[in-house]
Design a protein around this ligand. Sequence first.
Ligand code: UGA
Length: 346
Amino acid sequence: MSKKILILGANGFIGSSLSWAILKNTDWEVYAFDMSDKKLAHCLKNERFHFFEGDVNIHKEWIEYHIKKCDVVIPLIAIATPTLYVQDPIRVFNLDFESNLDIVKKCVKYGRRIIFPSTSEVYGMCQDKAFDEYESNLTLGPVPKERWIYSCIKQLIDRVIWGYGNHEGLDFTLFRPFNFIGPKLDDIKNRKEGSSRVMTQFLHNIINDKPIKLVDGGLQKRSFTFIDDAMKCMLKIIENKDNCASGRIFNIGNPYMEFSIKELAEMLIEEISKYKGYENIAKTVKIETVSSEEYYGKAYQDVAFRVPSIKEAEERLGWKPQTDLRTAIRLTLDYHLLGKDYELEQ
Ligand code: UGA
């Protein structure tokens, strides 16, 4: 049966990719909400895509009406940029916690299924080799290290949703993205230093002749996940065959793509130099080391490594990531440097 999916924050990186993945692969209807539709041009042409331009704190009636009307609610409106966690933690709290809690409560009220974005950040500085949804401890730094407000907010909402699920019958799934990358992650034009995630920041700096800054030498590692792989997992969660995703938490990540930030920078430079006009970039680009205090301020504390266990997604959803980092970088560069959109070409 065709499902009605409500996506709040449809113009974001995950929202726009998910909207397109749904339209392309299913017969579901998408009710999409955001402040802008800049990344949604191809979705807007589809008659199963219904877009409303609005603000989560103003258009509460529209949201409530559509929570009632839809089968599945996916609230993706949030600030997810580390610089803002330390620069404006209260804004992060207002949007990521308060606005989203309101939506969670509406799903409880109307008995709607919610698929909620938790984050890899909830594991914080956990020392496990691979982070497990049901076993790993969630390890955060002290309160003055304001970076952890995002992690802490997401952890509390996870626990609230889990509580509503276990005690009041809320049908939910929590998913935890591990450093998703791809063409539409942040805008690469006009970036202020630190205003986007690492991959887009580096890309912006390289093509604008600015030095790449490796925070604390760039030895910290992340597991990068190509957005297309991640969306395949999301479709399985939404489909929820035999209730396989209900009441569960899923890491969505690629444990085979763990690289240091320095390695990411090197690979990016190597790949960019294969494009016309950028052949000499490897010789001209400057790589600098800055301390995290200089880059983010005193309130920042970093995560040294972060590898997901994806046993849960493999066993329950039959999902496995397929794309290696070099391919992910190439598809992202094709989009920014050649204007090729792999999503539309498939
Ligand atoms: C991010 C954000 O918190 C969320 O978007 C999200 O929940 C999570 O990752 C995720 O996607 O899993 P983080 O991995 O720290 O956290 O985000 P980035 O800003 O992409 O930074 C990655 C690493 O690169 C950090 O160690 C950072 O210090 C470093 N970095 C960043 C640099 O060395 N240079 C830069 O110019 C920017």
